[in-house]
Ligand binder design. Structure first.
Ligand code: TRP
Length: 329
């Protein structure tokens, strides 16, 4: 199993219920690789390398604090595996520019990043347009079978499968498993302002590492509608439903049941309850996080062990790739 995060900020509740819990559960059954995707983060943050650098450790600590066990899972930094860059170059011959331009996730991201890539994406870089190719290399360098991801990443896995099939056909070999995506079963959490996703730039996220006071302030300030009853109805009342959803995930309950149980609470009573329960739920995470922050060399050691292990696996993959491509001089 391989999955990863771009180090562009600390991880938030959306990551936690969406993917962290899921990957922690999987590490008992799969040989697991968790990548801190710094090279991919640079494809749209090439102008702020310091930000990416700082968030590498943040993301690593968030993963470990959430229960990623360095004895079971391998945590590593993408840029420390040069074979990924090498494989990306070879894969780039197998993908057309038009296919990349049509990738729905890439398209949406280019549209979101007008400041960087121009009003109509006319200034999009070769690197950004090609990041799905690089992601195919991320996945296949360890010959992953399964890739747990959110829905927005499905086009990337599909692209990876196409590259793998084309590679095998073109060079008459069978090096890679055909990777499968695994969607987490928890529904998507939206931002506290009711806008699409939780994100740092929108200032609408609860970070796992936030302290209890910050969490209470943020939940108290979460946008709600002018209704007076607690209800789970994401289509018509997205903001309050999002809070009900978070509550239900903490308590492992069905959101509809939560809503009917709490329907006589006022919004502010409910928010306070939610904030307190969330703080209680995140207590073990936060204790671990504080401990890790006080010993960064321990986190770096884990990343270094990951680097060594993945380098070995990656070099074995590339040995087979170079042979298949007749460049094993
Ligand atoms: N694109 C992913 C994201 O934005 C991060 C990522 C990079 C990834 N490489 C990966 C995910 C490989 C799964 C597999 O969240």
């Amino acid at each position: 199993m391989l999955t990863g995060d771009r180090p562009t900020g600390p991880l938030h509740l959306g990551h936690y219920f969406g993917s962290l819990q899921n990957r922690v559960a999987m590490q008992d059954d799969f040989e697991s690789y968790i990548m801190v995707a710094d090279v991919q983060a640079l494809t749209d943050n090439f102008h702020q390398p310091e930000m990416v650098r700082q968030n590498v450790l943040e993301v690593a600590m968030d993963n470990i604090s959430a229960g990623m066990d360095p004895k079971k899972s391998t945590l590593f930094i993408q840029s420390q595996i040069p074979q990924i860059a090498e494989l990306t170059v070879f894969y780039s011959n197998l993908v057309t520019v038009n296919t990349l331009k049509r990738n729905p996730t890439v398209k949406a991201e280019i549209a979101e990043k007008r400041e960087l890539f121009g009003q109509d994406g006319e200034s999009v870089t070769y690197g950004f347009l090609g990041y799905p190719v690089s992601q195919a290399a991320d996945i296949t360098i360890v010959r992953a079978h399964i890739v747990p991801v959110g829905e927005d990443q499905l086009p990337m896995i599909e692209q990876t499968r196409e590259i793998v099939e084309r590679f095998h056909r073109m060079y008459q070999c069978n090096i890679f498993p055909l990777p499968q995506s695994k969607l987490s079963n928890s529904p998507r959490i939206i931002g506290l302002d009711g806008s699409g996703k939780m994100s740092k730039s929108l200032n609408n996220a609860v970070y796992l590492k936030d302290n209890p006071e910050e969490t209470i302030e943020k939940i108290k300030g979460a946008k709600t509608d002018s209704g007076t009853t607690i209800e789970f109805n994401p289509k018509e009342r997205p903001e309050i439903s999002n809070l009900v959803l978070i509550y239900s995930l903490i308590h492992n309950q069905n959101p509809k049941d939560v809503a009917s149980e709490l329907k006589h609470n006022t919004y502010s009573e409910f928010k306070l309850k939610l904030a307190h329960d969330l703080n209680r739920h995140l207590m073990p995470f936060r204790a671990k996080r504080l401990e890790l922050e006080s010993k960064p060399h321990y986190v770096k050691e884990i990343l270094d062990m990951g680097r060594v292990k993945v380098l070995e696996k990656a070099e074995e993959t590339m040995r087979q790739v170079r042979e298949a491509m007749k460049i094993n001089y």
